[in-house]
Design a protein around this ligand. Structure first.
Ligand SMILES: Cc1ncc(C[n+]2csc(CCOP(=O)(O)OP(=O)(O)O)c2C)c(N)n1
Ligand SMILES: [Mg+2]
Length: 779
């Protein structure tokens, strides 16, 4: 190294060290301010995680101000949110006011949030594990866009997760590793803040080195950043090896406890344990207590020089796990204490820290407080010139994809909604519509049984490297043609619903992340939505946009039995924010809602869409005109309009339509003019109704909700029978709209195997049960 290069590097290290200290202070002060200084009105603890932050400030300083390139995207472990805020404060992207309102309404969020924070947040985090795994899927999406000519290879960024070591306990991490290996992902870094402490305590020693094995098996390079530069230098001196071996063999809990206790405790313990190593004892004695404590905690994850070397050395595109050893609470009096996860410095302790950093009282919020003018100016210039500051703020704008004015309804007098869905996609696949080119389908090993197969046959599997369909080559007849190639549009996933929802999420963020929209369409057996529910919630929270198809659903799976018959998914559909749930009964409703979905996914105030479908083939209705459509897209329409002032109506959702129609025909004989309402979306209907109610108190104007309008065709004291192949609560609320009596039918206990007549009779969903329920209303 020439002297010039060495000098420049020394200056870089010094600068990054200064930034590390700034981040540690600012994050700690942000949490302190929220808890000890800002006025409290409710007696609640505000919270924040000073120890989790200080554990990772060096890693983040080295990454954000050195290794990161503008095209890279980062998921920051939830409890380091204040560090990310501090970085953007230094970059000038975050205001003092927002920091002062950390964890208060409108202030910086507790955990980085794409939608609620004002700073650029690439990935939301909070539910541990998910923010990590999403980066692997986003690297796959990036490869998809490159392969499809939507992105230049040279613009590829790294998808980086900064993760807590306890996140390695989450199963979704390993599900994602396996899937990532199958798809040969690249450009993905996971950096573990390996402080060996979780929320409750210190982590199991037995896992030492096991993570290396697991990741290496899955094709990852593992870089262990164990010792800092000082440790490495000292360990090379006489007696140093014994000290190094001692650290290697020290149980996590003991290392943490000694860290907390400090220099004198380190000395006492080392002297006992290394009594037989005179040279090591001499080495130990060459340090005073403070120096010894500093040496023993000089781990790689706190050593800027070691960190930048490690990052600089990983310049290819191989997925890489960095295990950076750290101390939770590093540089704070909380260091190493097993209760430090939610622990906080008291006012005396933060005062001491302020003084030790030379920050004058009143200058706590100064970005470069306590630093001489010259150095402050240097730091400021360095930050302003860092690659990160040229990063476009926030998300990229992506052009909308045109949606055809209508999607043709598949032909057939009898059809299931699931088959209709598959046929509509097939028609699209054969069309020259730009929309068809942007659809990406995916499924957790249920592609065929959810009717995605025809689309895949047309458009192929996505594989970076070509994969020949062996069965086709061997001329073995099969309905599925599964060639994989770079232009393929189906991402095949193994059977892990967490992965499925994370894949949908990352595909659904292609627009904001990479500037090109994709239309992700994912199918899953409806009951197994529950298996990936947190990942679904995560995707919705991140405002990713996708079309989710839960199929088959409900009792209509008949012989498949109770474990496969979904019951509460309508309530998930209704309760999940940023997800619009539809349950069409007929093929033309499927076409209508799919078209609506393709547009809604792209609206700034739109959302993801969930279709709950069925394999039950039912006779289709003959339409006289298209008048029903506008109402169907608001959530409900009269399939048989009631006579004005009618005394009753049957209200139903989904593939139970034949039983409902049959009951309606019987009823109509006794109660002429009885109405029959088809609720295509209990979700939209309910949202609209409750939003209008809320608006009465907060806004001018008292427009009527759609369901109020529909029900006003009935007599005010009419009765309703509601019917859904799912939890009856999805429709029973309709009685509250105009104060009508309701007799709700639906499923409240687990299903079982059987044919549909038996099941509908047993669970009281057949025409007779509907007729009885109506009669009961008038008794
Ligand atoms: C899915 C989920 N379960 C539980 C929690 C509560 N929780 C927050 S942080 C944490 C563990 C923190 O340990 P680690 O990941 O090692 O972070 P660090 O030590 O760096 O703070 C837990 C269990 C959560 N946020 N998400
Ligand atoms: Mg930890």
């Amino acid at each position: 190294m020439t002297q010039l290069v060495a000098d420049a590097r020394a200056e870089l290290v010094e600068t990054l060290e200064a930034l590390d200290t700034r981040l540690r202070w600012l994050s700690a002060w942000t949490v302190h301010n929220a808890n000890h200084i800002r006025e409290k009105r409710d007696g609640l603890k505000v919270g924040g995680h000073q120890a989790s932050c200080s554990s990772i400030t060096a890693i983040m300083a080295a990454l954000y101000f050195h290794a990161l390139r503008p095209q890279d995207k980062v998921a920051v472990k939830p409890h380091a949110g204040p560090v990310l805020q501090a970085i953007h404060y230094l970059l000038g992207n975050q205001s003092l006011e927002k920091l002062q309102r950390f964890r208060a309404l409108g202030g910086a969020q507790s955990y980085p949030s794409r939608t609620k924070d004002n700073i650029p947040v690439d990935f939301s985090t909070g539910s541990v594990g998910l923010g990590v795994a999403i980066t692997a899927f986003s690297s796959l999406v990036q490869d998809y866009l490159i392969a499809h000519g939507q992105m230049a290879e040279g613009d590829a960024g790294r998808m980086i997760a900064l993760m807590g070591d306890a996140e390695l306990d989450e199963g979704n991490i390993y599900e994602c590793l396996i899937e990532g290996y199958k798809h040969d992902i690249r450009n993905c870094w996971w950096v573990v803040d390996y402080n060996r402490q979780s929320l409750d305590s210190t982590t199991a020693d037995r896992m030492f080195r096991r993570f290396d094995d697991i990741f290496e098996t899955c094709g990852w390079r593992v870089v262990t950043i164990k010792s800092g530069k000082l440790q490495r230098e000292v360990f090379a001196r006489p007696g140093g090896q014994a000290l190094s071996d001692w650290i290697d063999n020290c149980p996590n809990a003991e290392f943490a406890a000694l860290t907390y206790q400090g220099g004198a405790a380190w000395r006492a313990r080392l002297k006992t344990d290394l009594a037989d190593h005179p040279r090591a004892l001499k080495l130990i004695d060459s340090f005073d207590d403070a120096g010894l404590a500093h040496l023993m905690t000089n781990l790689g994850g706190h050593c800027i020089e070691t960190l930048i070397d490690a990052f600089d050395a990983a310049q290819d595109d191989r997925p890489t796990l960095f295990i950076a050893y750290t101390v939770k609470g590093y540089g704070l009096p909380l260091a190493g204490h097993k209760d430090n996860h939610s622990g906080m410095m008291n006012p005396g302790q933060i005062e001491q820290l302020r003084e030790s950093l030379g920050i004058p009282q009143g200058a706590e919020w100064e970005p470069y407080g306590g630093i001489g003018d010259n150095q402050a100016a240097r730091l400021k210039a360095f930050v302003a010139n860092s690659p990160l500051s040229s990063k476009q703020g926030g998300d990229q704008a992506a052009l909308p994809i045109p949606v055809p004015p209508s999607l043709p309804t598949p032909a057939g007098e009898s059809q299931s909604t699931q088959a209709a869905f598959g046929n509509i996609l097939l028609d699209l696949a054969k069309s020259g519509e730009p929309l068809a080119d942007r659809i990406v389908t995916t499924a957790p090993d249920v592609t065929q049984t959810t009717n995605l197969g025809a689309f895949v046959n047309q458009r192929g599997l996505f594989r970076r490297a070509e994969v020949i369909d062996v069965f086709r080559e061997a001329k073995i007849p099969s309905a599925q043609k599964w060639d994989g190639h770079a232009a393929g549009q189906h991402i095949e996933l193994g059977i892990a619903e967490n992965n499925f929802f994370l894949a949908l999420t990352s595909l659904g963020l292609a627009g904001p992340h990479f500037g090109t929209r994709l239309i992700p369409v994912g199918t899953v057996y409806d009951p197994f939505i529950a298996r990936g529910l947190d990942a679904l919630n995560y995707g919705c929270y991140s405002d990713a946009r996708f079309l989710l198809v839960g199929t088959p659903s409900g009792l209509t799976l008949g012989p498949e039995g109770g474990a496969h018959q979904s019951i509460n998914t309508p309530l998930i559909g209704m309760g999940q924010p940023n997800l619009a749930y539809f349950e069409p009964a007929y093929a033309d409703e499927v076409a209508l809602t799919m078209r609506w979905a393709f547009e809604h996914l792209q609206q700034p105030d739109g959302s993801s869409v969930y279709l709950r479908l069925s394999t039950r083939v039912i006779p289709q209705v003959v339409r006289e005109n298209d008048d029903w459509q506008a109402d169907a897209l608001k959530g409900a329409y009269w399939l048989r309009a009631p006579k004005p002032g009618a005394e009753a109506a049957i209200v139903f959702t989904g593939a139970i339509a034949p039983e409902v129609l049959s009951a309606w025909e019987q009823l109509a004989e006794d109660l002429p003019g009885v109405g029959l309402m088809n609720v295509t979306s209990p979700d939209l209907l309910h949202r609209d109704w409750s939003a209008r109610h809320a608006a009465r108190w907060t806004r001018e104007g008292k427009g009527q909700s759609h369901i109020e309008t529909l029900l006003s065709d009935l007599s005010p004291d009419a009765g309703l029978v509601t019917v859904i192949d799912g939890s009856p609560a999805a429709l029973s609320w309709l009685g509250a709209v105009r104060g009508m009596r309701v007799s709700p039918l639906g499923i409240t206990t687990f299903g079982q195997t059987g044919d549909l007549p038996d099941l509908f009779r047993t669970y009281r969903l057949d025409a007779e049960a509907i007729f009885d329920a109506a009669a009961e209303l008038f008794l």
